[in-house]
Design a protein around this ligand. Structure first.
Ligand code: HEC
Length: 178
């Protein structure tokens, strides 16, 4: 009997006296964490990358040597040009670090692999290879990258749009004179 009542008493005492005393530092700690995270985020903004769109040389640009019918042009512009040309449209959230690093990195790498604004600087052999790769990534739905589609729902391609781009790329391949 005595054992039982003291057993019941202890948890009650813990709950009523301990918790307010413990809660205070805990919530202060929480604010410290939130405050420091905010400070770090604000500081990061000063070290963000510059998001650049280098000039497009019309002689090197895609129109100079590719046939671009309206439907293919539309798909390329809504889904691919943000990373594979110098005509990137940077959304507002791309300017906020750390998203800006990811965005700048993706665009740098995308332009390195395939840059429509420098199309004319590729040799015919390179152009053919790139068109072949375009048809492959479109057929397997590997582009645009998943993260990009989450941030830009309009860049998601329908099956029909993938067909358009696939047949456009195959058709252009046969036009390239090596
Ligand atoms: C968010 C930026 C982004 C968008 C939008 C995007 N790409 Fe890419 N693309 C990349 C990056 C980064 C790479 C290089 C790394 C890789 O292969 O994943 C790449 C690589 C490629 C390659 C080379 C593939 C290889 O195997 O090396 C092709 C071809 C390509 N993309 C085509 C497209 C096409 C076509 C579209 C539109 C339907 C598109 N991309 C949209 C970022 C992008």
């Amino acid at each position: 009997m005595t054992n039982q009542s003291s057993f019941q008493f202890i948890p009650v005492a813990r709950a009523s006296t301990d918790s307010p005393a413990k809660n205070k530092p805990a919530s202060r700690k929480r604010w410290w964490i939130i405050g420091s995270a905010a400070a770090v985020l604000i500081l990061l903004q000063f070290f963000g990358p510059t998001l650049e769109n280098p000039a497009v040389d019309p002689l090197l640009a895609n129109e100079a040597s590719l046939q671009l019918p309206t439907d293919a042009r539309h798909v390329l512009h809504t889904a691919c040009m943000d990373c594979h040309s110098h005509t990137t449209e940077w959304p507002w959230f791309a300017h906020i670090a750390p998203i800006s690093w990811i965005a700048a990195h993706n665009v740098d790498e995308g332009r390195e692999h395939l840059n429509f604004s420098r199309w004319g600087s590729y040799t015919p052999k390179q152009q053919k290879k790139l068109l072949d790769e375009i048809s492959t990534v479109v057929r397997h739905d590997r582009m645009p990258p998943t993260l990009h589609k989450l941030a830009h729902p309009s860049a998601r391609l329908s099956t029909n749009e993938r067909f358009v781009l696939y047949f456009w790329a195959r058709g252009q391949m046969s036009r390239v004179r090596e």
